[in-house]
Design a protein around this ligand. Structure first.
Ligand SMILES: Nc1ncnc2c1ncn2[C@@H]1O[C@H](COP(=O)(O)OP(=O)(O)OP(=O)(O)O)[C@@H](O)[C@H]1O
Length: 506
């Protein structure tokens, strides 16, 4: 369905930051009633452009038209008033409130906070097949359902144009299918969806039109019916991609990490990690598959000494880790790529080189004697920027001025420094473009060949299957199954993760 006026027209959009032109003369036309994908490498300028369209940032030059009218967007409320809504990648829902409370929060004047609001939520949910129940507690909902609440929240505020930032990053394949069905419903009702994604196969499946951004500017419009994922990636990068290496097993029989019957309880006494036993050997990547919230985060925190284990033993190279601080564990040779890079991975307001020191402040090349070795840390930051292709004007800019994917590359580079024995990698390539993803995988494989043991947690099932030597499934805190990465498909793994194979649903 389409009307005469395009839903959104961006003309000559330019946005400069110190040392960087994030958007340069961008032109995009988004037809009403379509799903329009924006793809590009890390740092290409996608998020900046979406922030401009949502009124979170002001362009230095250029015009925005919404439904044919010039729109001067000074804030998200201006964007909302124009019918533009944004669903962020990190859900912004309060867990301990109901769906209804979350939806009406800040929009009480629309339909009140009671019966009227409940009716409206049901109406929207039915109209777009979202299956949202107003009175459920958000903490009882799975990841896919939370995302539908976020979508409903912007529809409730009257959005007709939805911006989705990497909407499938946290979803299992079945949930991705459901989301795509929802997008079809939105489209049928004449709504417009603009989304950013690094998952090119999915882009090809769901988008009606694709815009490719390279180094801040629009370089191509691609027709999803006519391009392949590889061609799209090549348009993003501007050159041909290398062919990935074949995999060979490097697994030895030397254990690096052993966990025996480890149980962790939350404040309410519930076992969030429940009797977990596993061994990771030198040269082995052990992948843990699971729907987010099934104990992966707590498992990682127990290994890192951030959460106490109630019972069981965790050993690194034969040495019992109980009683050792997180810092001591790191010094013993554990690298840690955390799930939440903003809370645990980076000091956003500090320069890159100081972030290089973070968590590594007692080790070379960051110290000389008992003092921080500024020059050593700076040199090594330059090395990481070079080896991991972190796109930045320099190492003195603050971490928050890097694009999300480039922040991630910096963390991976730092945690791979100093030859760790064990790497705990939670979503190591989340938000990273296909080229950088292949580069990170290469770094991991090379380190594995030299004996690194890796615990890999990822919502990207292709990554889990492609990288892991051993694959275990976690459900409600228990390791419930093992899968052969050589033969299992993402769909089969998705069913194991939701417990569908057991006849129950997480
Ligand atoms: N607040 C800021 N201050 C300085 N530079 C910034 C700021 N925000 C973004 N940039 C720079 O603008 C460029 C574009 O960043 P942007 O976040 O838009 O990229 P992206 O395409 O969304 O990348 P990713 O896929 O990694 O999320 C990058 O070089 C980034 O470092």
């Amino acid at each position: 369905m389409s009307t005469t006026e395009p839903a959104v027209e961006l003309h000559g959009i330019t946005k400069r930051f110190p040392g960087v032109v994030a958007n340069h003369d961008i032109d995009i036309t988004v037809a009403a009633g379509t799903v329009h994908a924006i793809v590009g490498e890390n740092g290409a300028g996608k998020s900046t452009l979406m922030k401009i369209l949502y009124g979170m940032q002001r362009p230095d030059e250029g015009t925005i038209k919404v439904n044919g009218e010039v729109a001067d967007l000074h804030s998200p409320s201006d964007a909302i008033a124009r019918g533009i809504g944004m669903v962020h990648q990190h859900f912004m829902l309060a867990d301990n409130l109901t769906v209804l409370e979350n939806v009406v929060l800040g929009a009480e004047r629309l339909h009140g906070i009671g019966g009227g609001a409940r009716r409206r939520i049901r109406e929207i949910s039915d109209q777009y097949g979202l299956g949202v129940e107003p009175d459920r507690l958000v903490e009882d909902l799975g990841v896919g359902a939370r995302q539908r609440v976020e979508i409903l929240k912007v529809l409730y505020r009257g959005a007709r144009i939805l911006i989705l930032d990497e909407p499938t990053a946290v979803l299992v394949p079945q949930e991705v299918d459901e989301l795509f069905a929802n997008l079809e419903d939105l489209k049928r009702e004449g709504l417009t969806v603009i989304f950013i994604s690094h998952k090119l196969d999915e882009v090809l499946k769901v988008a009606d039109a694709i815009t490719v951004i390279r180094r801040g500017t629009t370089v191509a419009s691609a027709d999803p019916k006519e391009v392949s994922a590889r061609q799209l990636a090549e348009l993003m990068v501007g050159s041909e991609l290398p062919v990935p290496e074949l995999r060979e097993s490097t697994v030895t029989d030397v254990p690096v990490l052993t966990m025996e019957n480890v149980t962790v309880r939350d404040a309410t006494g519930r076992a969030v990690v429940d009797g977990v036993s596993l061994t990771i050997h030198e040269g082995e990547i052990l992948g843990i598959a699971g729907v987010e919230g099934n104990g992966q985060a707590e498992l990682v925190e127990a290994i890192m000494g951030m959460l106490p284990a109630e019972s069981g033993v965790i050993r690194l190279g034969g040495e019992d880790l109980s009683g050792r601080s997180t810092r001591r564990r790191r010094e013993m040779g554990v690298g840690f790529i955390p799930e939440d890079r903003h809370r645990h991975g980076l000091l956003l307001e500090s320069p890159l080189w100081e972030n290089r020191v973070l968590g590594h402040q007692t080790r070379s090349p960051n110290v000389k004697g008992i003092l921080i070795d500024r020059a050593g840390a700076r040199r090594d930051t330059e090395r990481i920027v070079e080896e991991y292709d972190v796109r930045t004007p320099g190492i003195d800019v603050s971490a928050d001025s890097l694009s999300g994917g480039n922040q991630q590359k910096l963390i991976v580079g730092r945690e791979m420094s100093g030859n760790p024995k064990l790497l705990i990698a939670a979503h190591p390539t989340r938000g990273v473009d296909v080229g950088a993803q292949a580069a990170i995988w290469d770094h991991l494989r090379r380190a594995r060949a030299e004996g690194l043991a890796v615990l890999l947690i990822s919502a990207d099932l292709d990554e889990l299957i492609g990288m892991s030597d051993t694959l275990r499934v976690i459900l409600r805190g228990r390791l419930v199954g093992e899968a052969d990465p050589a033969t299992i498909t993402p769909d089969e793994l998705g069913s194991l993760m939701t417990g569908a194979a057991e006849g129950s649903v997480a």
